[in-house]
Design a protein around this ligand. Structure first.
Ligand code: CP
Length: 355
């Protein structure tokens, strides 16, 4: 790979999108559910330039120089927190991390007072992870800058949905598929669908991009509304995997479970764990995905997670940085005075649109 200087960052992929901010007319990124299909594609295409930059020896741009980004994480994270931090720094921003465990939240400060405090520091973007569904939207309504949802309760994890789509696009492209969208592809998502914000964001993004989405879980871990979201429910993993092009495995979210949802991890693995034998039921070259963190030996066996020709789990992590760079770039264009990304429409509140 050759090295690059900040002024030589690769150009973004260009398609026929609406001009300027009409390509992505949102102040915040709260969920895939707020996005049109072309807006999902816009973020994926914007991320391509950052995939290239991140693979070069010098990974730096000055695009966000002078901007301050606050990562406020009220729940644990490895991938999302680090990749947002790396994304902001690679774009030249000043990045500050607030861990709830070491903050005044522990002294009883409310979420709204925390939001007002962050706002008073004139952040240019705030990235939030919170254990309560809707908490990120609440903060967005209290602050003046763009807010990015890094996972809120059981609701959404939009950058995970986007990075999964980008990882899949790249893996399919390498296999010779024309994979800018996923029309005709069958994707099986298996695991704790009920508690999973990753599942929700992926169902929304993958169906918007044309995929047939199958969901598989024990009945107690399958929410009621999945068919209304365009997905097909299964409680038999072998049937759900039959001929699938992709197996996306999810962890049991024990931290969100009240009561016992499965008899034992051993029985869960027997019925819903992805083993090498079980993978043979999918299409011959089916891809394996997992958002992490993995519980090896429960929802996925190590010999499957580590299959070099099938598993794209580390690729998902790689794409996470690029997607988060794209999201930070796009959402801060107004603050940076980028042509065509004008003033906010009068009277709109948090989550409103730019005009
Ligand atoms: N996939 C994901 O959100 O991982 P982290 O919890 O480590 O951020």
């Amino acid at each position: 790979m050759t090295s690059t200087r900040s002024s030589q960052a690769p150009a973004p992929l260009r398609r026929d999108y609406p001009a300027g901010s009409l390509a992505f007319p949102h102040r915040d990124l709260l969920g895939i559910g707020q996005l049109e299909r072309h807006e999902i594609l816009y973020l994926l295409d914007e991320a391509e330039q950052w995939v290239q930059l991140n693979r070069q020896s010098t990974k730096h741009s000055d695009l966000l120089a002078g901007l301050t980004i606050i990562n406020a994480f009220f729940e644990n994270s490895t991938r999302t927190l680090l990749s947002f931090e790396i994304a902001g720094k690679r774009l030249g921003a000043d990045v500050v991390n607030m861990h709830a465990a070491q903050s005044s939240v522990k002294k009883g400060e409310t979420l709204i007072d925390t939001a007002i405090t962050l706002n008073a520091m004139h952040a240019d973007a705030i990235v939030i992870r919170h254990g309560s569904s809707g908490a990120v939207e609440l903060i967005a309504s209290k602050v003046d800058c763009p807010v990015l949802n890094a996972g809120d309760g059981q609701h959404e994890h939009p950058t995970q949905g986007l990075l999964d789509a980008l990882a899949l696009r790249h893996a399919l492209r390498e296999r010779g598929h024309n994979a800018d969208d996923f029309t005709g592809l069958t994707i099986t998502i298996c695991g704790d669908i009920l508690h999973s914000r990753v599942a929700r964001s992926n169902i929304l993004s993958l169906t918007a991009l044309g995929a047939n989405v199958r969901l598989c879980a024990p009945p107690a871990l399958m929410p009621a509304e999945v068919e209304a979201m365009g997905a097909t429910p299964f409680d038999n993993f072998d049937a759900a995997l039959d001929g699938a092009d992709v197996a996306m495995m999810l962890r049991l979210q024990t931290e969100r479970m009240e009561g016992q949802f499965i008899p034992s991890a051993r029985e869960y693995h027997h019925l819903f764990g992805l083993t090498k034998d079980r993978l043979n039921r999918a299409a011959p070259d089916a891809l394996v995905m997992h958002p992490g963190p993995m519980n090896r030996g429960v929802e996925i066996d190590s010999e499957v997670a580590d299959m070099l020709d099938r598993s794209i789990i580390t690729r998902q992590v790689e794409m996470g940085v690029a997607i988060r760079m794209a999201a930070l770039d796009v959402l801060t264009r107004k603050a940076r005075g980028v042509d065509g990304w004008g003033d906010r429409a009068p009277g709109t509140s948090g989550g409103g649109q730019w005009v």
